[in-house]
Ligand binder design. Sequence first.
Ligand code: SIN
Length: 297
Amino acid sequence: MSNAALSEAGGLQARPLTSVVGAEITGIDLGDVSDAHFAFVREAFDRFAGLLFRDQDLTPDQLVAFSRRFGDLDHAPVMENGRTAVPGLPEVYLVSNIKGSDGKEIGSLGSGEAVWHTDMSYLAAPPDISMLHAIEVPPAGGDTWLCGMNAAYQALPEDLKRRVEGLRIKHDGTYNSGGYVRQGVTPTDDPRESPGTYHPVVIAHPHTGQPLLYLGRRRMAHIEGLGLAESEALLDELWSYATQEKSAYRHNWRIGDVLMWDNRATMHRRDPFDASARRLMRRTQVKGATKPVAYTG
Ligand code: SIN
């Protein structure tokens, strides 16, 4: 991003959060984003793959309007409580452990750990972008981590890069990142038989063309054509390059934070937190414009 672009965008700044993933954008109100500011944000997003905006006082409609600048939005998936969406706001999904007056949690994922994953990669065209807006945060825990999948690819030894050329991973659709079985799915122990979609192990970023290691989630993954033991060993090896905490960004939430990530260029996870504390995030999801396409160099 050039200095000219910085000044043209009227005082916006992008401050890298780690050496491989994420930047904080300052000087912007996401409730009122000019075209010039949006161009800056779009460019920063392709470069850093994750963006943080602090102190955003947004209505759910404003969150939806900002999210829509990036593309069509998915309707919120069915939550663990069996509800499909926030009434009147079909694009807003709640991530929350708070219980409503009926005693049921009002959102998804509870207070436990959410393991490293890419959102909904069991679909043929997984969502391109996810965005969280913090409404209530616990006093401790519940941090969200991002890791960069271009850096993960670059970290692979050359022989491993060659070994995975042309291979595909089955992205399982049985469990969500909190370990909950998705609505309407009967679990099986054999990853070759579970519902899901095969995607290339290394994909090209749809905008930048960069190679990205595309792993989805570890549980019930399978590498096409390999026996279970060989598939597990290769998956373990690939995962060991992707989720090293020293190169990941750890986000400690404040109320009003908006964190968005590129679902192909990053993976994310969440720390557990005290179940008696309250955490509420509003989430939107930008539809996948394309299927993940293999990187061919
Ligand atoms: C998610 O995994 O999409 C939610 C992450 C979080 O709750 O911070």
